[in-house]
Design a protein around this ligand. Structure first.
Ligand code: KIV
Length: 279
């Protein structure tokens, strides 16, 4: 056979046995059990994630930088997202599949409804969008129409030009309070998950403890309900890796081993380490 099948690697004991839903994630939060998220883009990695017990896979618009060679996520299009959501959905039937809405595809609520429908029809079970209180009405309308939403606060890469670079957010009390308020407003609007990127650990803990929905952290300390990393960072493919990431291939024999080590370390509370967090 000239090409390997997506089912070709051996089965792991951590393999997901049933479909992960929002309810599964809420149960894990209540039980204070960490869940694991990876941002990845293709059917093979998606299948491996299912075998390694990764509860949520994100098809992130980071694919603009990790796969397509852009300097930011801003050039990513709906068509590119749909192509990769379809590939991931073909490879993975058990993880909850979440698709990013690209830059300016949810600038109005009507845009968000139309484009979220396309991501869902491509195979996602949830959409992710970046921004605070201004998205409350959009989140409410998506939620009312049966589209689960992950809100994304802190360093929101689609706003890199507004931030003046990829910088930690919420370091002073005024901006920390804004993120706390945004988290509350989006939760009340109907968001199902909240992703916190590059914020001080204490702020992420305060938010995680104060809202009912599960939080996902990246560069947000150890106290969020789950962690996310981009597959390229897990596998050491990034030339200048961000402080919050870790090359798990250095502690494994092969790529499935690296993914399994990431899953095990998140679940055991061993990742992120002190060197990966912001204060
Ligand atoms: O696009 C992406 O992969 C993301 C994660 C890095 C959080 O948004």
């Amino acid at each position: 056979m000239p090409y390997s099948s997506i089912n070709s690697t051996s089965t792991s004991s951590t393999q997901l046995t049933k479909k992960i839903t929002i309810n599964s994630l809420h149960k894990l939060k209540s039980a204070q059990e960490k869940f694991v998220v990876i941002s990845l883009y293709d059917a093979h990695m998606a299948a491996m994630a299912e075998r390694c017990g990764v509860e949520v896979v994100l098809i992130g618009d980071s694919l603009g930088m990790t796969v397509l060679g852009y300097d930011s996520t801003i050039p990513v299009t709906m068509e590119q997202m749909i192509y990769h959501v379809e590939a991931v959905a073909r490879g993975n039937k058990k993880s909850l599949i979440m698709g990013d809405l690209p830059f300016m595809t949810y600038a109005t609520t009507d845009d968000a409804l139309r484009n979220s429908a396309r991501i869902m029809q491509a195979g996602a079970q949830m959409v992710k969008l970046e921004g605070g209180a201004w998205l409350a009405e959009t989140v409410k309308q998506l939620s009312e129409r049966g589209i689960p939403v992950c809100a994304h606060l802190g360093l929101t890469p689609q706003s890199v030009n507004k931030f003046g670079g990829f910088r930690v957010q919420g370091r002073d009390e005024i901006s920390a309070e804004k993120i706390r308020q945004d988290a509350k407003i989006l939760t009340e609007a109907g968001a199902d998950l909240l992703l916190l990127e590059c914020v001080p650990s204490l702020l992420a803990k305060q938010i995680t403890d104060s809202i009912s929905i599960p939080t996902i952290g990246i560069g947000a300390g150890r106290d969020t309900d789950s962690q996310i990393l981009v597959i390229n960072d897990i596998l050491g493919l990034t030339e200048q890796p961000p402080k919050f990431s870790k090359n798990f291939l250095l502690e494994a024999n092969d790529i499935p081993g690296a993914m399994q080590k990431y899953v095990a370390d998140v679940k055991a509370g061993m990742f992120p380490g002190d060197e990966n967090i912001f204060v």
